[in-house]
Design a protein around this ligand. Structure first.
Ligand SMILES: Nc1nc2c(ncn2[C@@H]2O[C@H](COP(=O)(O)OP(=O)(O)OP(=O)(O)O)[C@@H](O)[C@H]2O)c(=O)[nH]1
Ligand SMILES: [Mg+2]
Length: 240
């Protein structure tokens, strides 16, 4: 009985000693990992690499401007042709992605995107009246704004202009690409009329601003005055 008690005391002491040694060893190991200058350098480098890699292009525009079709056309022109005219208004936002040889494009619709030279990301946000109040929330994380306007919706051009200028006031230096969409429609305003109607001349010269005409072809492919998708992508890559 006495022998058993001694054995159990010895075992308890051994376990306690082993536990303490383990605790001290782990503590020493992790302290070194956290505080060593090298570990700190790696963490900073990692964070920097991540932030350089994330560039975002936000796609906004009034409801029905053609934001979704524009993005669908970039992802899959054939499918865009099938879906033509059957797009439903976006509630909230969509997210799409495209793997191109030079870069990957991810599109989020609410009518938003990103990139290091190899990677581009883009969210789209719905353009309905109830959703427009949230647009400015997306601007903070954005590196380029693509603003899609329905060139044939003449009565709502003043509203499109008011919403655009409201966004520009929130982010005074954000580069902007205005897409004058639906140029195929007979009543569409020309690019110069659009420039006038959206008061683009009042925008300061420090801001990088581009106005492009765009339309979807019968094959669902996007045609714009930037001579095709590659050049449009190149423009975005330069701006992000
Ligand atoms: N004729 C013509 N129609 C287009 C063009 N682009 C889009 N559309 C049509 O316009 C309608 C609205 O397009 P969407 O892409 O759904 O519009 P949206 O900007 O995403 O609208 P919300 O989701 O409501 O914000 C659809 O019926 C499209 O087929 C274009 O270049 N030409
Ligand atoms: Mg939509």
């Amino acid at each position: 009985m006495v022998l058993l008690r001694h054995i159990s005391i010895a075992l308890t002491a051994a376990v306690a000693a082993l536990g303490s040694a383990l605790f001290i060893a782990l503590n020493f190991f992790y302290k070194r990992r956290i505080w060593s200058p090298q570990a700190e350098y790696c963490t900073i480098k990692e964070v920097r690499r991540r932030s350089v890699g994330k560039r975002q292009v936000l796609v906004l525009g009034l409801d029905g401007a053609g934001k979704e079709e524009q993005h669908a056309a970039r992802v899959d022109p054939g499918e865009a042709a099938d879906k033509r005219g059957r797009c439903r208004p976006t509630r909230g936002f969509n997210f799409m992605s495209l793997n191109a040889p030079a870069c990957q494009l991810d599109f989020l619709e609410e009518s938003q995107s990103l990139c290091n030279t190899k990677f581009m990301f883009s969210p789209l946000v719905g353009g309905g009246e109830d959703l427009r109040r949230y647009w400015s929330e997306y601007l903070r994380k954005t590196h380029v704004l693509v603003y899609v306007v329905d060139s044939s919706d003449r009565t709502r051009l003043p509203l499109a202009k008011a919403e655009l200028h409201r966004l520009l006031r929130v982010e005074p230096h954000l580069p902007v690409v205005v897409l004058g969409n639906k140029q195929d429609k007979p009543n569409a305003v020309s690019v110069s009329e659009l420039h006038e109607a959206l008061s683009l001349s009042s925008i300061t010269e420090e801001r990088r601003l581009f106005l492009l005409a765009a339309q979807l072809g019968s094959d669902g492919a996007l045609r714009n005055s930037c001579r095709g998708l590659d050049t449009f992508q190149d423009l975005l890559l330069q701006l992000v």
